[in-house]
Write a protein that binds this ligand. Sequence first.
Ligand code: AMP
Length: 480
Amino acid sequence: MSFPESSSRPYEECGVFGVWGVPNAAALTALGLHALQHRGQEAAGIVSFDGEAFYQHKALGLVGDVFGNQDVIAGLPGEAAIGHNRYGTTGGTHVRNVQPIYADYAFGGLAVAHNGNLTNAATLRQALVKRGCIFHSTMDTEVIVHLIAISLYDTVIERLMDAAKKIKGAYSLITLTPDNGLLGMRDPLGVRPLVLGRMPGYEDKQGGWVLASETCALDIIGADYVRDLEPGEIVVINAEGVKSLWPFGDVGRRFCIFEYIYFARPDSILEGQSVYEVRTRIGGELARESGVEADVVVPVPDSGVPSAIGYAHESGLPYEMGIVRNHYVGRTFIQPTDQVRNLGVKMKHSANKAVLEGRRVILVDDSIVRGTTSRKIVDMVRAAGAKEVHMRITSPPTKHPCFYGIDTPSEKHLLAARHSLEEMRKAINADSLAFISFDGLYRALGHQGRPAENHTNCDACFSGDYPITLVDKDGKLIQQ
Ligand code: AMP
């Protein structure tokens, strides 16, 4: 069985959330998903459980649109719920691809929400289809659902551990079951994030537990941060509290560095580090590494803001809002064609003449992927009267696609994969262009530089050093 290339794209950059043992679990889940909206704007879904039955509501659209209606929340009763925000990728926009997935097994129901990407999903899917499994979606999550179904173990937890040993990739998983409660799981290297929190006032009681992709989703419901799940950890949350299982043993840790650079919300704390503080430190490192004479530091909003603050602070130059962002359009990156993407950039950002006219401007942005955004922005800043435009990027050049859950185009569309620094500078029409160095980036994370061995993070999109075996790439075997 094959799927069209567009709909089988494996990238599942998403937000996941779950609560156990709290009244109005679905309402809390809707709030959690709202705080995680930046992780996925294409679709949202919630499955709740009231001790008797499962209830679900899923639709395309933003969380506010899908769950803004009280009647919808009222239709999701219970003290346990899980939810999911789906990121839009090219194609594949279909309600059958909206999570959580609910499945009825011989042993009872089970709901799964998943963030990330399995690198052997196509291979596993082919094997499962051969033995008669019928798939309803193109999502990796469904592979996990079938692996649980065919497992020969008795209990749900054993079946989940069995499935976990067959899948490869970078993922965070939240599962809701009638008998075992809420289950959370992080991939063996902890590439994707997952945190545990608890509602206040539950210290002497059962329940109150929360799982979320980022701590900003705990903050919105007033939950306290307990800890990050460890790489490869499964937590089983029920009336007995939180129990940890370790199906993989200790195989290292490689948290995604791009979460710090771009993807996570700046008010989140991931792996013990404030995303905001990491970003401001990257800005400081950039200013030290590639300072240039200029009049003003301007962020490309929103992702460039904390690093531009750090850059301005370190360089002593004023920080100004030279670009204003219109918040009422989605991320341009997800628009399907180049033509629409180009229009999208103009819809999203506008240049502020009052700041830019006659000035030498340092622009700070998080990454150059195709180069479309940077080119538009530099041209816009020049048109507003800037004398010079110096682009500073808070990541190393993006030279390699991510197979672990961040939506990047294939290598042939990555500007840095095919061009030298000077060629890129010309392509984006800047007077100078500099990227943060690997060492500078790792210094901002509190290391001496990029560790030569025993890496702490996954930086494959910049280095090509893929820490998890790549099994299928566009359905083909590329490395075992
Ligand atoms: P491009 O025009 O392709 O160079 O896009 C670069 C811009 O897209 C950057 O300024 C980022 O803010 C944003 N960006 C980078 N990576 C991603 C991603 N995986 N998903 C959505 N937006 C991204």
